[in-house]
Design a protein around this ligand. Structure first.
Ligand SMILES: [Ca+2]
Ligand SMILES: [Ca+2]
Length: 179
């Protein structure tokens, strides 16, 4: 567990690994994250912005350029650029649970390729603003719904857009930040 900052600062919200089978490269199209922001009753508005996915080995190169968010299981709002992305903003003292999908251009565009037989550690970073005592942020890899298993949308060298049903072990533990 890491401490939320008193002023806006970029933090790692989640770290997880994806392994490609030795058989062939794995194309990654998108990830979806379940997020819960607990925004305690204060005058400050806890929110995250600039939501960015990286390969941990290259923190200089964002993998996504688009972010789509959904609150409380509702449909996703139109996607935004990373720079315009936020979650939990403009709702002071109101906790938010929802989904954050990251991709490059579209959810059917290859965002990253994991070479056969290798493991990539991904990290999700975002700017955390307005945190106050007792606030917390938790995030994990998860499906938007049972009807859209988009925790990880991937493909092999023949088939695109395979859903998370066909992932051997989905890393779904929550990571948490709190004050
Ligand atoms: Ca607050
Ligand atoms: Ca808020």
């Amino acid at each position: 567990m890491t401490s939320c900052p008193a002023s806006a600062v970029t933090l790692t919200l989640l770290e997880f690994k994806v392994t490609a089978d030795a058989g062939q490269d794995v194309n990654i199209y998108s990830f979806n994250f379940g997020a819960i922001l607990s925004d305690n009753a204060t005058a400050t508005d806890l929110y995250i912005s600039n939501i960015t996915l990286y390969n941990k080995a290259d923190l200089a190169t964002p993998l996504n350029n688009r972010v789509a968010t959904s609150t409380g299981g509702a449909a996703y709002a139109a996607s935004t650029t990373v720079a315009d992305s936020d979650f939990g903003k403009n709702d002071v003292s109101l906790s938010r649970s929802g989904d954050i999908e990251v991709f490059h251009d579209t959810t059917s565009t290859v965002m990253d390729i994991i070479p056969a037989g290798t493991i990539v550690t991904y990290v999700v970073k975002a700017a955390v603003s307005g945190s106050a005592q007792y606030d917390s942020i938790i995030m994990r890899v998860s499906d938007w719904s049972t009807g859209d298993k988009n925790a990880l949308r991937w493909g092999d060298q023949w088939v695109a857009g395979i859903d998370s049903t066909y992932v051997k072990v989905l890393p779904t533990d929550y990571a948490s930040l709190s004050r």
